[in-house]
Design a protein. Sequence first.
Length: 235
Amino acid sequence: MTERAAQLPNPDGSLLLRELDHRIKNELTSAICAFSTKAVQSESVAVKATLLDVVDVLHRWADVHRALHMPDQGGLTDAARYLQQLCFAITKYRLDCRAIRVLFSADDLRLEGERCWKLGLIVSELLTNVARHVRFDGKHPELRVRLMLAGNVVKCGVSDNGAAPEPIRRGRGLTIVGELASSLGGHVHTSCAAEGSSFLLTFPLTEAEQCAAGAAQHVLKQRKMGRAQRLAPSR
C-alpha cells in the first residue's frame, strides 16, 4: 500500500500578510493594556508618567500600523487619502519629536488595493530614512511628499531640505524600496544636493487604474465647464 503525504493548503501571500497584520494589532493592544494597567497601579508619580509616555508612543505606533494596512482587494483605493493619512500618522509617531514639518500634495488618483499598499510601504520607508539619517543644521526641517499623475504614469516624490551625513547608499531599506518599485513596474530615481535629497518613484497605471483616472478627469472637466458657464456674463 502506497502512503501519500497529506496535501496542505497553500495560502497566498495576501492571506499570510493579513494574518501577520492581525497578530501585530493584537500584540500592540496587549502591550498598551499592560502598560496602562501598570500606570494605574503605580503609586509613584514619576513611574506613572513614564509608563503613560510609553503608552502614548505605542498608540502612535499603532496608528502608523493601522494607516499602513493593506486595502481590500478587488477594487480601487483612493491613493491620495491613503497617503495623506499615512503621512499624518508617521509625522505624529516619528517626525514631531524632531519638529519636522511634512507638506503633502496629491492629485486625484485611485490604485488597485495591493499597489496602493506598496506605494504606502515605499513612502513610509523613505520618510523613516529621512528621520534616521538627515540633519537639518540651522534650518526649519521640512519634508515634501507629492503624488502626481502625468498621463498614465504615477509620480511620487519625497524630498527634504536637510543634509545627509554621507552620500546616499543603497542599504537594506532602499533595496526593499527598489524591489517594491520594480513590483509596480517602475523605478526610483535618487538625487542628493546641497539643498537636500530627493526620491522620485515612477510607475505606470494598470488598465483598470487608467479607466478610473480617465473618468475622474472627465468629471473634473465637466465641473470646470459648468463653473465657467456660471461665471460668464449673461446677455
